[in-house]
Design a protein around this ligand. Structure first.
Ligand SMILES: Nc1ncnc2c1ncn2[C@@H]1O[C@H](COP(=O)(O)OP(=O)(O)OP(=O)(O)O)[C@@H](O)[C@H]1O
Length: 536
């Protein structure tokens, strides 16, 4: 197999200008120029606080200089009573404190700017300079620091730098950061720190993930981070749901899909009234109409008035922000980079294949010329996943398929074999488009054009994770052309070069674009019904 994964051939190829690989997690130099400080401060909502402090400071400065000019008040302490000295000392101290506070705000703003972190909310805690600060600022237990080191996490990622202190200071939080930028640790680490140690008494923390695969992955990540401390971390499996006695159920962290937890609330009367932390991962997916009723009943069941809720995703549409504002109290909004942006470490290409048949020819040709696994291929429905699998399974490449028609075991095996490198090419529906952390995917192929901007961002975000580089190729046919401009815009905003004709195309509202495509199969085609909502 060739090492080069830039294997897609005919069509248009738009490479991103890389320079050095985007070191998303790396610290940049600090520029202390006054102009930069000013512009940074203006970026922040802390501006109001800063202005208020500065105004007071100016007022005080004026007063003090007048006093000094007129009476040398601060210099001639001997001529004053003790009380006067005390008042002066207090005022001095308060000015010094304000000055220090102001300087800290400036330092915070510069640091955030250097890490592309944008915050809104009052008194937002300073971002973490390093994982050591977890200990110096928040007395992080040694097991957790040890686990971070063992996992090879040397520096916090931008979302971790900001979201961790926010949650540790008991503030609710809604956060948007690029795919693969370490959001899981950003909510698991403060949760474990706040829970401190195992304690009896119901469910203490809940993490909701939209799919079983993601729940399983998050469960394993939690276990890794909690290693060495006797937390009870549970995954809501089918068997737990069926067999557990929820009247006596107690665990520190419960990880579940919305449906299973809702069933546990309704049928098994699981008690969530003592939940102290609730995380909604992939929150925009959870707030979509299909899942919202379930999420709503979970939120309502978590009745603890001092609960800390947080929402995380790589895409944060306005309707989710609105929901978050309705739901949360005194929340901090954290955005890394820009909202709804594809990861900058992914080289993105568009390839015109003419027809459905053209896609199959193109993919076969490219695999014959060079295949650099692991490669993940997305199609728009489980029927098409089966069809493509039926075609590629006999092409002498190690290919597998994952979709919702498979049993839980089959789905797990498909994921495990792909992770272990036994499968080179995994054909998938959007069931694994979000959240799944397949390390080192070299290339994502959108065999079928994604149906929305968020689908595009999450699908291609399976590569280019944790600062690594990756590649994404999107096939398009005539039917997809009305939505090309949307992809072009996403590509441009994440740093890829896009020819001007693409950005001049008309923009069309891009949602639920799943046209009735010709069968992938080279075998005789049976006419299919027009369907806009295929099963995944
Ligand atoms: N501080 C860190 N340093 C290095 N690697 C890290 C760090 N934090 C997390 N990672 C690794 O980065 C990868 C991506 O993390 P994670 O799955 O949490 O991303 P994410 O932001 O949730 O992505 P998505 O939006 O796709 O769900 C994982 O393999 C994780 O182990």
């Amino acid at each position: 197999m060739a090492n080069d994964s830039s294997f897609l051939f005919a069509g248009i190829r738009f490479d991103k200008k890389f320079g050095t690989d985007i070191a998303r997690f790396q610290k940049k130099d600090t520029d202390n120029s006054l102009a930069k400080i000013q512009s940074v401060i203006e970026d922040e909502e802390n501006k109001e606080t800063i202005e208020a402090v500065s105004a007071k400071k100016r007022k005080r400065k004026k007063t003090s200089s007048e006093a000094v000019d007129g009476f040398s008040v601060f210099r001639s302490s001997t001529s004053k009573s003790n009380k006067e000295v005390k008042v002066d000392d207090n005022e001095d101290e308060s000015i010094r404190l304000k000055k220090e506070q102001n300087k800290q705000l400036e330092r915070d703003a510069i640091f955030r700017k250097n890490h592309n972190i944008h915050v809104s909310g009052y008194n937002v805690p300073s971002a973490l300079q390093s994982f050591d600060e977890l200990n110096t600022r928040y007395k992080c237990p040694s097991y957790l620091l040890r686990n971070l080191a063992e996992l090879g996490f040397r520096e916090p990622t931008p979302i971790q730098r900001q979201a961790i202190p926010v949650l540790l200071q008991d503030r609710e939080c809604f956060a948007c950061a690029p795919t693969g930028s370490g959001k899981t640790l950003a909510f698991v680490c403060p949760m474990l720190m706040k829970l401190k140690a195992h304690a009896k008494g119901g469910v203490r923390a809940v993490i909701i993930c939209h799919s079983r695969e993601l729940s399983g992955q998050t469960y394993r990540e939690c276990k890794k981070l909690a290693k060495g401390e006797k937390f009870r971390i549970k995954l809501m499996t089918k068997s737990l749901l069926r067999n557990a006695d929820f009247s006596k159920f107690s665990c520190d962290v419960l990880i579940s899909t919305p449906l299973r937890l809702r069933l546990a609330i309704k049928k098994k009367k699981v008690d969530l009234s003592r939940v102290e932390y609730l995380v909604l991962d992939e929150s925009d997916k959870l707030f979509e109409p299909g899942l919202f009723t379930q999420i709503d009943s979970i939120i309502k069941a978590c009745t603890n008035p001092s609960i800390i809720r947080s929402l995380f995703s790589a895409t944060l549409p306005d309707f989710v922000e609105d929901r978050a504002r309705e739901l949360m109290h005194d929340a901090v909004r954290v955005i890394v980079g820009r909202k709804n942006m594809a990861s900058e470490t992914i080289k993105q290409k568009l390839v015109f294949t003419g027809s459905e048949e053209g896609k199959l020819i193109a993919i076969r040709q490219s695999f014959a010329e060079s295949l650099n696994p692991p490669v993940l291929i997305f199609v728009q429905s489980k029927e098409r996943a089966k069809e493509l699998y039926g075609e590629l399974a006999f092409d002498n490449i190690r290919v597998d398929v994952i979709h919702s028609d498979l049993s839980q075991d089959e789905r797990e095996n498909a994921v495990d074999n792909f992770r272990a490198g036994k499968t080179w090419v995994l054909i998938a529906t959007d069931v694994v488009a979000r959240g799944m952390d397949f390390k080192g995917i070299n290339c994502v192929i959108n065999y079928d054009f994604p149906d929305s901007a968020s689908a595009y961002i999450h699908r291609i975000g399976r590569s280019g994770r944790a600062g690594r580089s990756g590649e994404a190729i999107t096939f398009y046919t005539e039917e997809d052309i009305p939505f090309l401009r949307n992809v072009a815009n996403l590509m441009a905003s994440s740093g890829c070069e896009v020819p001007s004709w693409l950005t001049e195309l008309q923009k069309k509202k891009w949602k639920k674009h799943r046209p009735n495509r010709d069968s992938i199969s080279t075998k005789p085609v049976v006419e299919k019904e027009n369907s806009t909502k295929p099963d995944l």
